[in-house]
Design a binder for this molecule. Structure first.
Ligand SMILES: *Cc1c(COP(=O)(O)O)cnc(C)c1O
Length: 429
């Protein structure tokens, strides 16, 4: 189609603006190609991708092995629905449960659907296993959480944009401040017999890469165990090697598979995955749990037409293979430390950047201006002009999360770009 390929970035942005709902505010670049850590716009300009589609592209853009599986499976069988068995689902279920160390998996598509699934499993477990009185089950969540966009999930968001005018809200959720184990302990002590689960992000990604204290996650799990409450980890953004271990709940454990042997591994009762589970090719999400929990789900109680489809299953197995074969967790851990070191130098050198935080290759810098200012946005525009794509979150925070296949040399080039742009800003009054 020669007409569409000749459209400029300006034309294409205009189309989105004119014909698409305005539910996003993108950085003004129009991308048409990706390979590894690089993306190209329609005019052919090359960029480093430092967002990785919110950590869905951990394996890099268009990873050849994942694309090959996608093409191969697409030519065989794509969708059967769960009315019938298919020849990929069982293999995938065996593979992913062994990979992450759980008895069972429930396959879904988007991250928000997986969170909804976990909430349903948790509530049902609360009534049928814990014996909570009908309709009384509570799930504890954390302030500034991000778990997706459904009406139930936004009901327990603290972001006014995410929840405003979308009520009436789903009841049954209680929010406590993030990384505040004392308040959590008090809520458990007071209402423990009504509490079915605790839903937590091991690092809050959307909130601006909030990294809790080292003992927060282990102590959450411990408190949950003491009160017979399910510890639910939303690792949709932090999981699958992003933070320098297979899962962020692994703490500093370096082994390639989630296991119970790692001294620092906190094992969630329910693990939620999405995003990089397909390496950015296809929406694939999953909820993992052991039999004593997953057995509350029986035929007819939950489902999805596309959940567990053979295309998704095949792609996810290859995407997870790549994570281990290419040692992405180890790379994220090694390069993340270098990245934060280089950013720390900028923090000390330039007023414009207040601090750097993160783990593995999930990092953020805090820009020294009000969250309501446009400074972080303007910096991201400058970064794009210099060939690096990133996006602000919460006004004055810039998240940096490149594909985990980035090399040390490429990372240094990116740090040079960031330094160049920030140094320009610091010269201004
Ligand atoms: C992205 C994200 C979700 C939602 O995933 P979608 O695929 O966008 O529905 C949920 N939880 C966390 C922590 C996320 O980062």
């Amino acid at each position: 189609m020669s007409i569409t390929t000749s459209l400029s970035s300006q034309d294409l942005m205009h189309y989105e603006d004119r014909y698409g709902a305005h539910n996003y505010h993108p950085i003004p670049v129009v991308l048409s190609k990706g390979d590894g850590v690089y993306v190209w716009d329609v005019e052919g300009k090359k960029y480093f991708d430092f967002l990785s589609a919110y950590s869905a592209i951990n394996q890099g853009h268009c990873h050849p092995r994942i694309i090959s599986t996608l093409k191969k499976q697409a030519e065989e069988l794509t969708l059967t629905s769960r009315a019938f068995y298919n020849d990929q689902l069982g293999k995938y279920e065996k593979y992913i449960t062994e990979y992450f160390g759980f008895d069972k998996v429930l396959p879904m598509n988007s991250g928000a659907e997986a969170v909804e699934t976990a909430i349903k499993i948790c509530r049902k477990w609360g009534y049928e296993k814990k014996g909570i009185a009908h309709g009384e089950a509570l799930i504890i969540v954390c302030g500034e959480n991000f778990h997706g966009r459904t009406t139930t999930i936004i009901s327990f968001s603290s972001d006014p944009d995410a929840r405003g005018n979308f009520g009436p809200y789903t009841p049954g959720f209680v929010s406590v401040p993030y990384d505040d184990i004392d308040t959590l302990g008090e809520v458990f002590a007071q209402q423990g017999k009504y509490i079915a689960g605790l839903l937590v992000e091991p690092i809050q990604g959307e909130a601006g890469v909030n990294v809790p204290g080292d003992d927060f996650i282990p102590r959450c799990a411990q408190l949950c165990a003491e009160h017979n409450i399910l510890f639910i980890a939303d690792e949709i953004q932090t999981g699958i090697a992003r933070t320098g271990s297979l899962l962020a709940v692994c703490g500093n454990c370096t082994c390639e598979h989630a296991c119970e042997r790692g001294a620092t591994y906190t094992r969630p009762d329910i693990l939620i995955l999405g995003k990089a589970l397909s390496g950015g090719t296809y929406p694939v999400s999953a909820v993992l749990a052991d039999d004593s929990i997953m057995e509350v789900i029986t035929p007819g109680t939950h489902g999805s037409t596309y959940g567990g489809n053979p295309l998704a299953c095949a792609v996810a197995m290859t995407a997870l293979d790549v994570v281990v074969d290419e040692k992405l967790a180890q790379n994220a851990r090694y390069l993340g430390a270098i990245f934060r070191e280089r950013m720390q130098i900028l923090v000390e050198k330039y007023n414009i950047v207040r601090s750097v935080r993160g783990k593995g290759l999930l990092n953020a810098i805090l820009i020294n201006d009000q969250p309501s200012s446009s400074t972080a946005w303007d910096i991201c525009i400058q970064l794009a002009e210099n060939g690096l794509l990133a996006k602000p979150t919460h006004g004055n925070i810039i998240r940096f999360a490149p594909p985990l296949v980035i090399s040390e040399e490429e990372l240094h080039q990116c740090c040079d770009i960031i330094e160049k742009v920030l140094s320009n800003y610091s010269d201004e009054p």
